[in-house]
Design a protein around this ligand. Sequence first.
Ligand SMILES: [Zn+2]
Length: 56
Amino acid sequence: MSENATTNREPETQIVHSHRISCDGGAGGHPKVFMDMGQADMAECKYCGKKFVFKA
Ligand SMILES: [Zn+2]
């Protein structure tokens, strides 16, 4: 009987106050990328799936 360590985590959601954001996926994530969500109020990092929600 082996214990299966699950390492998959739900993608984070971060509240941001700017349409321009950056994400590096956290520790050991991915190279830092900058994104501009434009007219939208939500963006998703294409590398780690982290969601950014704009709040004025
Ligand atoms: Zn990311």
